[in-house]
Design a protein around this ligand. Structure first.
Ligand SMILES: [Zn+2]
Ligand SMILES: [Zn+2]
Length: 389
């Protein structure tokens, strides 16, 4: 057209032969769209904004609401099946890759209990032309039972965690806390997407508590978390239950948690001439504080958590009693809470000089001042369930 010889290179539509602007080169890495070379008229003739399946079937677990996707069950956290249907249709719909400024709305229409018709409207811009398309996709909800719910219903378990005491029964606080540790561990696993984490049964027995857990490894982890908090030991025993379909032997493992004989708060008599000890820690070896002096006590490595001792009572049993007079660094006169007689008893270092009352435990070993709960001089920070592995 121009005489300069620098005229625009011309292109022709390969389908209708009309002259057209040469098509833009695809961006690097982008697969070539064969329709890219067509003129606008031919391009829009075959253009589909939305690629929609004829129907979508969604398998949901009627127990827990999980959705079967690919080849596994996934917790989607949906409030109802309409939400699930919207989500699945959205995943199934494809929008033409070259369209820009895409917007869409979806309008569910509940047809019956198991069918939701999704009316979806898409808009966008391509070749500087606004485009719009409406599609309707029926979604069928298939109610099933997922693997996990099937196993829970079938009382499936692979491990048992048994919590017991050493020469005693675990306290209610200990068994409740043990169950809490297990529930929290399983909830953490679930939150991380592990669908094979569940507790089938919690059985409070006369001796402690038994918990049936879905996997061996989880049973072991829970048992160790319990001893990390309370001290004590874990032993395990396998029981052959069956062979799986490949002929492999399937074992169930029982993890026995032995809580230590004495727990923080116990007052024990070691019969060593140095008077009663308030136990403050049962980690590694037993630690505590001497009630006559306030000195620290620690069991030897050989004694560990089970030194030769007898239990006199607990700190909880102590009662506040009136201080009559502080006699010296080593002794204090208090009113015996039972007889109301003034009695001179050892004054440990944790008994404050200006205290008007002191908590006192009466036991076979006599009257002893115990540390108040808030002013415990020897309490060790409890590593708790977040402690190191
Ligand atoms: Zn054309
Ligand atoms: Zn389920």
């Amino acid at each position: 057209m121009s005489e300069t010889g620098e005229e625009e290179p011309r292109a022709f539509c390969p389908r209708c032969g009309d002259p057209m602007e040469p098509p833009a080169e695809p961006r690097p890495g982008e697969p070539r769209d064969p329709d890219r070379v067509l003129c606008d008229a031919c391009y829009f003739e075959g253009f589909e904004l939305v690629d929609a399946p004829e129907r979508v079937e969604v398998r949901v677990c009627s127990q827990c609401g999980a959705v079967h996707r690919g080849n596994r069950w996934i917790d989607v956290g949906a409030k109802d099946y309409t939400d699930v249907a919207i989500e699945e249709v959205t995943r199934a719909l494809g929008v033409h890759r070259d369209v820009e400024e895409v917007t869409w709305t979806v309008d569910p229409e509940q047809v019956d209990r198991n069918t939701v018709r999704m009316h979806a409207t898409f808009t966008g811009v391509i070749r500087e032309t606004p485009v719009e398309e409406r599609v309707t996709v029926p979604v069928y909800i298939a109610r099933e039972t997922c693997t996990r719910c099937g196993r829970i219903a079938g009382d499936y378990y692979a491990a048992v965690v048994q919590v017991r005491g050493t020469d005693r029964t675990p306290t209610d606080a200990e068994t409740e806390r043990a169950v809490e540790i297990a529930e929290r561990y399983v909830a953490d696993r679930e939150a991380k997407g592990d669908r094979n984490a569940f507790i089938t049964e919690v059985d409070h027995t006369a001796d402690g508590v038994d918990m049936k857990i879905s996997a061996n490894q989880m049973g072991e982890a829970i048992a160790h978390r319990i001893t990390r908090e309370f001290g004590g030991s874990v032993s395990s025993a396998e029981t052959l239950v069956t062979e799986d379909s490949d002929g492999n032997e399937v074992y169930r493992v029982t993890f026995l948690v032995r809580l230590p004989p004495y727990t923080p708060g116990d007052v024990i008599d070691l019969d060593d001439g140095d008077g009663p000890v308030l136990v403050t820690s049962a980690h590694g070896n037993l630690k505590g504080v001497r009630l006559e002096t306030g000195d620290r006590y620690e069991a030897s490595h050989e004694e560990g958590l089970d030194p030769d001792a007898r239990k006199l009572g607990t700190r909880e049993e102590a009662v506040e009693t009136t201080v009559v007079t502080v006699e010296d660094d080593r002794s204090v006169q208090v009113l015996d809470p039972e007889t109301y007689e003034a009695k001179t008893i050892p004054r440990p270092s944790f008994a404050e000089a200006d205290a008007e009352t002191l908590p006192v435990l009466r036991s076979r070993a006599g009257l002893h001042v115990v540390p108040g709960a808030e002013t415990d001089p020897d309490a060790e920070p409890d590593p708790g369930p977040e402690g190191p592995e």
